[in-house]
Ligand binder design. Structure first.
Ligand code: PRP
Ligand code: URA
Length: 192
């Protein structure tokens, strides 16, 4: 995390590190997924094996969440993928949805919402509300850095959603950035 946070870390290294930490978070978040037994034929005999019992859907929040998607798909290559485009208003901190393409009928699916920064929690709460609209019940939020304010917001708005994060930071500053944080994740990922 120290190189990911460091202000001088260049964009290519930032992407690599974001991918690596995302893989670890995804593995942790998938640890207790339900499994189903199936019969398979090895070259020698038939045996019982296990596969995931439920459909898995990954929903990265644009833009920053795209930095976690490759790692997630490395772990869950058969996952379906949906997208929410959300942007925080710099003045008000309120997230606006500008794009949405999510598989319908999410009931029965385990949905992994990918958004590396959980700051006020407004964006995540907005995305979760959208996912609920498509029937999602089991939602897991994968973040890289979270603020206590965002965690409390989600505990109040979506208490059934499990949050997996690599770091719980101190607080938000007066511009609603996470401190110590790592700055604007989307800008660092895309060099903007
Ligand atoms: C960032 C981040 C989250 C959001 C978190 O996105 O990726 O989606 O802020 O803040 P919140 O918890 O206060 O809502 P941003 O709006 O900067 O868009 P970007 O990913 O396109 O840069
Ligand atoms: N979004 C970011 O990218 N960084 C923050 O610190 C807060 C929101």
């Amino acid at each position: 995390m120290s190189r990911l946070r460091h202000r001088d870390t260049p964009c290519d290294e930032f992407r690599r590190l974001a991918r690596r930490v995302s893989l670890l978070i995804a593995a942790e978040a998938a640890r207790d997924l339900e499994l189903a037994s199936v019969d398979i034929d090895t070259p020698l005999e038939t045996t019982r094996a296990q596969r995931l019992a439920n459909r898995v859907v990954a929903v990265p929040v644009l833009r920053a969440g795209l930095g976690m998607l490759d790692a997630f798909l490395e772990l869950m290559p058969a996952a379906q993928v949906g997208y929410f485009g959300l942007e925080r208003n710099e003045e008000t901190g309120v997230a606006r949805r500008y794009y949405e393409k999510v598989p319908r009928d999410l009931g029965g699916a385990v949905v992994f919402l990918l958004d590396p920064m959980l700051a006020t929690g407004g964006s995540a709460a907005h995305a979760i509300e959208g996912l609920r609209g498509f029937g999602a019940l089991g939602v897991r939020l994968l973040s890289i850095v979270a603020a206590p304010e965002g965690v409390r917001h989600l505990e109040a708005e979506a208490p059934d959603v499990h949050v997996y994060t690599a770091a719980l930071d101190r607080e938000l500053n007066d511009k609603r950035y996470i401190v110590p944080g790592l700055g604007d994740f989307g800008d660092r990922l895309y060099g903007t």
